[in-house]
Design a protein around this ligand. Sequence first.
Ligand code: HEC
Ligand code: HEC
Ligand code: HEC
Ligand code: HEC
Ligand code: HEC
Length: 200
Amino acid sequence: MSMFTRKFDRKVHVAFGVFLFSLLFGVGFGYYVLWPSDLEAGYEPAQPILYSHKLHAGDMKMQCLYCHSQADKTAQATTPPVSTCMNCHSQVQSKGPDGQVLPATQFVLDHWKSREPIRWNKVSDLADFVYFDHSRHVNSGLTCQECHGPIETMDRVRRQYGLKMSWCLACHRQAPPAGSRAERLGWDQRAPINCSTCHR
Ligand code: HEC
Ligand code: HEC
Ligand code: HEC
Ligand code: HEC
Ligand code: HEC
């Protein structure tokens, strides 16, 4: 025999269901918002051709700013136009055993001829409601690798760190390194962490 009427029993079940649902939803949402997650690290999208940073920036030791020439001047680092590649590849055109220019180089030459930009897939894509500026960071002495990892060892670019708020804050909260602007200004941390710094 049940302790309660059947109608009351059903109400208890419904109430318990709602409670359980809210609990799971709450925990899930809290986890999504608060956990210092690097869920998005390791993202490595395919590109139209295999352009290798390991070869160009690693073995050949080309400077990052040779191709990403806006990184110390504007908010965006930008990827280079085909004309930058043609500084070399108008001459350097390795051929396969069949005597044909290798397909990836041919792809670059075709885009140059048709004046069409190469559409690379973005690797680091920050939420649009966040304000970020490359030049501020690069000119304060940060290396590209502190945020992008050892790019010069990668054949295909892989996202080193998730782009969560906790990642930005973890660095901004650090003690100012010796000789940094923050140290000269007598700040107790590396960079500001008030909300309007990044949400304007
Ligand atoms: C400073 C000169 C230089 C610049 C600038 C340059 N490359 Fe290269 N690239 C080379 C050299 C040298 C090789 C090696 C050729 C070899 O060993 O066969 C190479 C190899 C390559 C290869 C591999 C060969 C193949 O066809 O599979 C690709 C693809 C390539 N480059 C694409 C690019 C792209 C895209 C850009 C512009 C974003 C670029 N390169 C800019 C010098 C350069
Ligand atoms: C010869 C030109 C060249 C040089 C030198 C070069 N890059 Fe790149 N970089 C590119 C091209 C082209 C892309 C777009 C294709 C890709 O993602 O591989 C790119 C993409 C990137 C990306 C990913 C951008 C995104 O979508 O998030 C990062 C980060 C990057 N480069 C950092 C560097 C760093 C750091 C160096 C120096 C160690 C460097 N690059 C040197 C040409 C270059
Ligand atoms: C403080 C961290 C930080 C430093 C230092 C940094 N980057 Fe970035 N980079 C980012 C973030 C975050 C994004 C994504 C920006 C977005 O999506 O709006 C990004 C995006 C890029 C892109 C994609 C194109 C663009 O502008 O969105 C390239 C290329 C790039 N970075 C290259 C570089 C190079 C080269 C250097 C060094 C000269 C460098 N970055 C230094 C954090 C950094
Ligand atoms: C590895 C360390 C590091 C990381 C990661 C980093 N920052 Fe910074 N950021 C700095 C430093 C250092 C400064 C201070 C530059 C100065 O003023 O000397 C700064 C300054 C800034 C400023 C300018 C502050 C002002 O005074 O107006 C903004 C905006 C900013 N960062 C946004 C971001 C965002 C958004 C992210 C994450 C996507 C991020 N940063 C990740 C080190 C970092
Ligand atoms: C140094 C840069 C920086 C500062 C300072 C900062 N944020 Fe953020 N915030 C971010 C970034 C980057 C994201 C995007 C995270 C993502 O896409 O998951 C974000 C996302 C958010 C979101 C969306 C939820 C989420 O986590 O995705 C909220 C809400 C938020 N921030 C509130 C704040 C508040 C409130 C403050 C002040 C206490 C603050 N932020 C300070 C960089 C910052």
